[in-house]
Ligand binder design. Structure first.
Ligand SMILES: [Zn+2]
Length: 441
């Protein structure tokens, strides 16, 4: 399936559910791989916020994203429309800090986006196919994501209320099903909590035109329920909105029990987690690059940001020289406490030659991955050539590990590497690398 955007600009106006403020949003086409970005056109400099899990600042009753002073509230129903319509790239301009509540559902957004026309783009979309179950459990809230070919949601709500008790629904989500069965389901609230929420400064824009309000004897709205189980369908809608924050379309079966935005966001973090943790945050990357430019050394903390390796397999202590695309020099103090001395020729401690090569490869990896455009990738060691073990390395030695680029072409690289103790060459080898995206990206 190709990535999708809309073919022309289209607008929608309304009031925010919580703020009660009038707001106009404009959906605009966006190029491939650009994702979804919100733009605050009412603020100086028109700051942008990407629809990403790392930008979530609040997830209770609604989902808000933000950065610094800039925030956008109640993004979940618009994002649900994007999940349901398989839209990958979009600019959403807004002149306020909360998106319109519309009629409490995602249908008005679906209608305007369809009216603009949804179009295929030149690049394939990448999906995240879950390889193993991921779950989030807290108290009586359960969210379990299981590997599945497509996206499927099975949801159970359970309230202790005379009108709304337990509802269950399960749908395989595609554009047609979403548009017909999920998008029209409106948000809901209980009459008994309206006063309390208003006192908290919430739902200032809330009314019977944008929410189903449930009283002790039935719903207060003139408009009847759109589905007998509209409530659980809306919870599915909310979950689909929060799932957009995974960053790529998810292929999984999600089983939810009594979930809400807070739990949804926690599940997304777990699904998304490894990538988030391993890619170097922008500011840290800038700091590392500044150090490289001024030829300050990289310490073990910097190295751990660049390489995924950890004790006992991280074999570089610091980097004392680094010239992008050219050369790096690392240092490894070989101590008697190293794990490998335990069993490698007991009584006669020698550092295994292949581990010296691994240390050389790690310096090569740092050289490749410290480049901004490679941040967050992995350097796989694909081959060794011309390797010579010349001298033994023993406890107390300090290894000086040098890596020099022979060539880099596309994702493949070749380096000349040498390890010295003092001025003696102990190991020399040519190493081949392939740069790959981390799993799940
Ligand atoms: Zn909702």
């Amino acid at each position: 399936m190709k990535q999708r955007t809309i073919s022309k600009e289209v607008g929608y106006s309304g009031i925010g559910l919580h703020t009660g403020k009038k707001v106009k949003i404009t959906f605009k086409p966006a190029p491939v791989d650009s994702g979804v970005r919100f733009v605050r056109v009412d603020l100086e400099g028109n700051p942008q916020i990407a629809a990403e899990i790392s930008k979530v600042i609040k997830a209770s009753r609604e989902t808000s994203i933000g950065e610094g002073e800039v925030k956008i509230q109640s993004v979940e129903h618009v994002l649900a429309a994007l999940t349901g319509l398989d839209i990958d790239n979009l600019i959403i301009e807004t002149n306020g800090d909360e998106l319109p509540a519309a009629d409490g559902s995602a249908l008005p957004f679906v209608q305007v986006l369809k009216q603009a026309g949804i179009v295929d783009q030149e690049k394939e979309r990448e999906c995240l196919e879950l390889k193993e179950p991921v779950s989030y459990v807290k108290g009586d809230v359960y969210l379990v994501a299981l590997p599945n070919e497509g996206l499927k949601i099975s949801y159970t709500i359970d309230f202790d209320h005379p009108v709304l008790k337990t509802q269950f629904a399960s749908f395989i989500i595609d554009e047609k099903t979403f548009t017909k069965e999920i998008a029209p389901a409106r948000t809901f609230g209980f009459e008994s909590e309206v006063k309390q929420l208003r006192e908290k400064g919430l739902i200032k824009g809330g009314g019977l035109e944008n929410a189903v309000v449930i009283g002790e004897k039935g719903i207060l709205n003139q408009e009847p329920l759109r589905f007998p189980d509209e409530f659980v369908r809306h919870k599915i809608l909310d979950l689909l909105g929060d799932l957009y924050l995974v960053g790529v379309p998810l292929r999984a079966h999600i089983i939810a029990l009594k979930s809400g935005h807070g739990a949804n966001v926690e599940l997304v973090k777990k699904i998304h987690g490894p990538k988030e943790k391993r890619a170097i945050p922008k500011e840290e990357m800038e700091e590392i690059q500044k150090r490289i430019k001024t030829e300050k050394i990289l310490d073990i903390k910097d190295i751990q940001k660049i390489l995924p390796h950890r004790y006992p397999f991280l074999l570089v202590d610091r980097v004392i020289e680094l010239k992008e695309d050219k050369r790096a020099v690392g240092i490894k103090n070989v101590s008697i406490n190293e794990e490998f001395f335990q069993g490698h020729f007991p009584g006669h401690p020698v550092m295994p030659g292949v581990l010296v090569v691994e240390a050389m490869a790690q310096v090569g990896g740092i050289l490749l991955l410290s480049k901004r455009e490679h941040s967050g990738k992995l350097a796989y060691f694909t081959g060794i050539d011309k390797v010579r073990f010349r001298k033994l390395v023993v406890p107390g030695d300090t290894l000086r590990l040098e890596a020099e680029v022979i060539k880099i072409k596309g994702r493949m690289g070749k380096m000349a590497t040498r390890a010295y103790v003092g001025d003696k060459l102990v190991v020399g080898a040519e190493l081949m690398f392939a740069l790959v995206l981390r799993e799940g990206e």
